[in-house]
Design a protein around this ligand. Structure first.
Ligand code: UFG
Length: 349
């Protein structure tokens, strides 16, 4: 059976993609993940849902020699999905070199190995952050929207990552690539058995909501109530992690079946619906039946006012369609939080 190598396989999106790849039954899945920001327990969760145990190499994707050994151990690798990256915007401002080294060196290593070991299909986790702070008249953003200078070192690693792939693809005829620009991935597996497990205090909205609702955090601050949106809070395009994972399987098939129209293409992955922070909170309260303790505070530096996607290119070319809406995202995120709380209680007793 052919193998797909994923980096970041024990991470939030990587673990969901692994489940879907196993469930599809066409590939073996091998992962590289050193658990810098994830838990090895993800292997148990993947197995509990898919019935398959993923082989994970706990090595740093920045260690070229170690990565080469993985490729050598698996001569049947036919595709690479490179999820592994650091992704906290604030942390990237404090530790830019850590972000540049980690996110860029790992990418360069994976590309170099694809060329060296004749792996023709490469998928990269990019982000809507490449569009920067976009004017309202330009919404929704399409892949033709001009990318702007990144607002953070994290964002710069995604923009540079896309550029590195572009230059690499021009230089070789051995590898084809796709960059998937995620909007705001949220939610959890519908079983409630796999989801995001932030280490420490989360930065992102949905884990912050579910942890506050569980009493693990005291209060959620809505960052900004004076934006020029329908209710004054910032607007984003939230997208279910399972829908995001789906797109990777479709992108792999698209490349492997030679349906690609260029050796390197980029696709937006968003729902196309803008949801404000206050609307997200209302959806959570409805899905969970829990009243959330929140207050409206100051804007968070570096936040854009609003962004949402036109994802018709992914629909047209990859055949990708979203299956879940904001209510499903919140319901599954809550189910997962309750599961995490149960596990913690068991550990404490
Ligand atoms: N928010 C709050 N309170 C919180 C946390 C978030 O009000 O405690 C708001 C933010 O201000 C924002 C929205 O919820 O309006 C979503 O915030 P997230 O932190 O969940 O996500 P971002 O939109 O800031 O981040 C996403 C991706 C990043 C990417 C960034 C680019 O997660 O990878 O978009 O804008 F870099």
């Amino acid at each position: 059976m052919a193998t797909i190598l994923i980096t970041g396989g024990t991470g939030y999106i990587g673990s969901h993609a692994a489940i879907q790849l196993f469930e599809q039954g066409r590939f073996n899945v091998v992962s590289i993940d050193n658990q810098l920001r994830s838990s090895i327990k993800a292997l148990d969760r993947i197995e509990a849902i898919s019935g398959r145990r993923m082989t994970n190499y706990s090595i740093d994707a920045c260690d070229l020699h170690a990565v080469e050994e993985v490729f050598e151990a698996h001569p049947d690798i036919v595709g690479v999905i490179h999820f592994a990256a650091l992704k906290a915007v604030g942390e990237s401002v404090e530790h830019p070199l850590f972000y540049y080294r980690n996110n860029l060196e790992s990418l360069v290593n994976m590309l170099a190995c694809c060329e060296k070991y004749h792996v023709a299909n490469f998928i990269f986790s990019s982000s809507c952050t490449v569009y920067g702070d976009i004017a309202v008249e330009e919404l929704p953003v399409t892949e033709k929207t001009i990318t702007t200078e990144a607002a953070s070192p994290y964002g710069a690693t995604k923009l540079m990552g896309e550029r590195i792939i572009q230059d690499f693809i021009v230089s070789t005829d051995k590898v084809k690539a796709i960059a998937l620009r995620y909007f705001n991935p949220v939610g959890a597996h519908e079983s409630g058995l796999n989801g995001e497990e932030p280490i420490g205090r989360p930065n992102n909205l949905v884990p912050y909501i579910t942890m506050t609702a569980s009493g693990l955090l005291e209060q959620l601050t809505v960052f900004g109530g004076d934006y020029n949106t329908r209710d004054g809070s910032a607007l984003r395009d939230y997208i279910h992690v399972t829908d995001i994972a789906d797109a990777h399987l479709l992108a792999l098939d698209y490349l492997m079946e030679g349906r690609n129209t260029a050796p390197y293409e980029r696709f937006n992955l968003g729902s196309g619906n803008g949801v404000t922070v206050l609307e997200a909170i209302a959806a959570f309260e409805k899905a969970s039946g829990v009243k959330l303790n929140y207050r409206v505070g100051d804007r968070r530096p570096g936040d854009v006012e609003q962004i949402y996607s036109d994802s018709s290119l992914a629909k047209e070319k990859l055949g990708w369609e979203t299956k879940y809406d904001i209510n499903d995202m919140m319901a599954s995120a809550w189910k997962w939080q309750l599961e995490l709380n149960k596990t913690k209680e068991k550990q404490q007793s």
